[in-house]
Write a protein that binds this ligand. Sequence first.
Ligand SMILES: Nc1nc2c(c(=O)[nH]1)N[C@H]1C(S)=C(S)[C@@H](COP(=O)(O)OP(=O)(O)OC[C@H]3O[C@@H](n4cnc5c(N)ncnc54)[C@H](O)[C@@H]3O)O[C@H]1N2
Ligand code: MOO
Length: 406
Amino acid sequence: MLSVDEATRLVQSTAQPLHTETVPLAQALGRVLREPLHADRDFPPFDRVAMDGIALSYAAVAAGQQVFEIEHTQFAGQAPRPLHNPQAAIEIMTGAAMPPGTDAVVRYEDLLIAEDNNGRRTVTVQVPPTGPGFNVHRRASDRQQGELLLPAGTLLGPAEVAVAATIGAAQLLVSRAPRVAVVSTGDELVEVTETPLPHQIRRSNAQMLQAAAQQVGATAEAFHFNDDLDSLRAGLPALLQQFDAVLLSGGVSKGKADYLPQALRESGAEQIFHEVQQRPGKPFWFGRHPQGAVVFALPGNPVSTFVNYFRYAAPWLRAVQLPEPTFAAPTYAVLATDVVFKPKLTHFLLVSLQSSPTGQLLAYPERAHGSGDLASLLPSDGFLELPAEREQFAAGEVLPVWRFRW
Ligand SMILES: Nc1nc2c(c(=O)[nH]1)N[C@H]1C(S)=C(S)[C@@H](COP(=O)(O)OP(=O)(O)OC[C@H]3O[C@@H](n4cnc5c(N)ncnc54)[C@H](O)[C@@H]3O)O[C@H]1N2
Ligand code: MOO
């Protein structure tokens, strides 16, 4: 049977970059940038006043001057008017451009302003600036015009959206969202809005996969088939041709109604593998339509579907949005208790994660009644990957962790 590493390599080998599209900045969150973005101006674009107070020439302070006449007041957004008399000062606000002739700023907290009967205002500097540039955010001190800010392949979060906004990138070239068909199979499954009979359950896996695919920037449509070879044969070919990925749950193990591997093959999908040396999720079927979708047919037990989605499908859905598909390396956590797992299978162990006072990420195994225990996902933050070669895992061991909650 295929190892988890071999299965991972085969899944990764099917990732091809998706085409691009242009979206308005307001819709770019969570998308992957497919063009490099450079600074249109220096950051900051002018010598920026960093404190509310007065701007003056440091040379006057260095010469021992403490009292300055205020020539005028300048607000942010006003074109700067120069300082005429180098022994005077300009009252000034944070965000304004430094007026020509000034090079240092004194905060209101460090000065006293007095006004005489003629409305003439003078300022006494109580805490002098220590040099030119004091309380000034210097032009180009952060980034220079033309510098690369966001390379192609950057995942756009709020910080990236802000940087795109500041350089005037109102439209962004991003990866097209992966189009995903989410397919549940099974006669026991009813709609979420229905009241199940005693022997039925609601279709939770399809909702889960749809939500999870949306989380990585995909658009996901849901479909359902009963355990019936003819309806699978009739419905699957269109899905395989129209979508980038088809995520199925259920119908892939040894049951008499587990028709999916056969129906997928008859619908034009090539099997790449069936069954991986892992728990949960051993019956995982993976394949591809030569002109269409990559197919993740995940075992139907809810935890099995969930864990296998995050272990194989989510990284794939992220990778195909990159200019050159690459797969993020796993992160690591410290096992908090001893664990014994005897089968010769890679074990995906549900854990909750806590940061220790010494800065370690500690993984606490969560109680779970096997891969049918949907509710065991609730206290869990991710799953550890325990290698198949060993049975005993000691508290303190560092192991790969796949997080589904941050
Ligand atoms: N003889 C064997 N039986 C089973 C094996 C095996 O190796 N030999 N493997 C077991 C393992 S491991 C798993 S996992 C399951 C997976 O089987 P299927 O992928 O064929 O899934 P189903 O039988 O269709 O369903 C399993 C279970 O999950 C529930 N389910 C399915 N779809 C959904 C959904 N959309 N929402 C909520 N729940 C769903 C379904 O009702 C079943 O209870 O097979 C073992 N059997
Ligand atoms: O894949 Mo099954 O989930 O081992 O129970």
